[in-house]
Design a binder for this molecule. Structure first.
Ligand code: NA7
Length: 285
């Protein structure tokens, strides 16, 4: 068993399989989730639990956070019994959630004042990659802290690279997810154009997947369209959130603006469905 004690906060769609990877890799893992029922599965695999973020940081060395958004980060750091309440130093806190660069810079400074390091380390990849430990991890923050936790990050991802100072990981992630939104809407619009002119969507996606445009994303989402399966692997409301964050840091280009508008509108009706439910929004136009 590794001697590094891991504290894990956030057992949602991504956090649950990711934290399980660390148990499989023989780390000692302590978890905290706001909704306690979600702790049962990982407890059954050998994790212990902490009642609050403050208790969790005191018991562990490396704290990994995988929660929804900036609000969740604020609650976890600044809330009663939050991470910043603890009198403890020498820890590395890794925030793998997709949040704004601004919140990372803000809590990064607070962590340093506390005597701890903060890294922003969002991931590219979905549930399948989380289960396989094959995510792509992009890190912003202190070089030495990054080198210290790199072996842990490499259990979660096939690639973990530091790309700059605090907030840099968040910026890279927002750029990638802008491309993701454009790819989803682009695939949806191509299928609609073909279908409206008598081409079977399954035939079109087969052609796309065997062309130079073929991709893992296109294959999975093309199958989802053909099978009319919009169960969220990556919830549409999350990409809508990411596009808002991207807009906050300057997204204003033609495709960026369009995809931003389309996803904000789609979120109202299809927010809890998968990102590729964007096809239902553009089909209504
Ligand atoms: P999920 O499945 O929606 O999970 C979200 C997690 O965040 C879950 O553990 C939530 O706890 C937790 N959460 C949300 N709000 C709060 C607050 N206010 N306080 C504490 N904990 C909170 O998201 P995913 O796993 O799909 O995605 C995680 C990130 O990766 C996200 O940034 C994506 O954009 C990418 P709960 O169980 O609801 O109590």
């Amino acid at each position: 068993m590794s001697t590094t004690k891991i504290g894990w906060i956030g057992l949602g769609t991504m956090g649950n399989p990711m934290s399980q990877q660390l148990i499989k890799a023989n780390y000692n893992v302590t978890v905290y989730n706001r909704t306690k029922e979600k702790e049962a599965a990982i407890k059954a695999q050998g994790a212990t639990t902490a009642p609050t973020p403050s208790a969790l940081i005191q018991q562990t060395d490396v704290i990994i956070i995988m929660v929804s958004d900036d609000k969740a980060i604020k609650d976890i750091f600044y809330g009663d019994d939050g991470l910043l309440d603890a009198k403890t130093s020498g820890k590395v806190i890794i925030n793998m959630s997709t949040v704004s660069p601004a919140i990372s810079k803000e809590v990064g400074v607070k962590c340093l004042d506390q005597g701890n390091h903060y890294l922003d380390a969002p991931v590219s990849g979905s549930v399948k990659q989380a289960q396989e430990g094959s995510l792509v991890v992009m890190v912003g923050g202190d070089v030495t802290a990054f080198e210290q936790v790199k072996p842990v990050l490499e259990k979660l991802g096939k690639l973990a690279i530091r790309i700059g100072d605090s907030g840099a990981g968040n910026v890279a992630k927002l750029a990638i997810n802008t491309l993701l939104g454009i790819a989803a809407q682009g695939l949806a619009e191509a299928v609609i154009l073909a279908r409206n002119n008598g081409i079977d969507p399954g035939d079109l996606t087969t052609l796309i997947n065997n062309s130079a445009l073929g991709s893992a994303f296109g294959k999975i989402k093309g199958d989802a369209i053909v099978n009319d399966n919009y169960k969220a692997a990556f919830a549409l409301k999350l990409i809508a959130k990411d596009l808002r964050l991207a807009k906050d840091i300057g997204l204003s280009t033609p495709l960026g603006e369009t995809v931003y508008q389309t996803f904000q509108q789609a979120e109202v009706e299809y927010g809890n469905e998968d990102i590729i439910a964007i096809i239902k929004q553009v089909d209504h136009k």
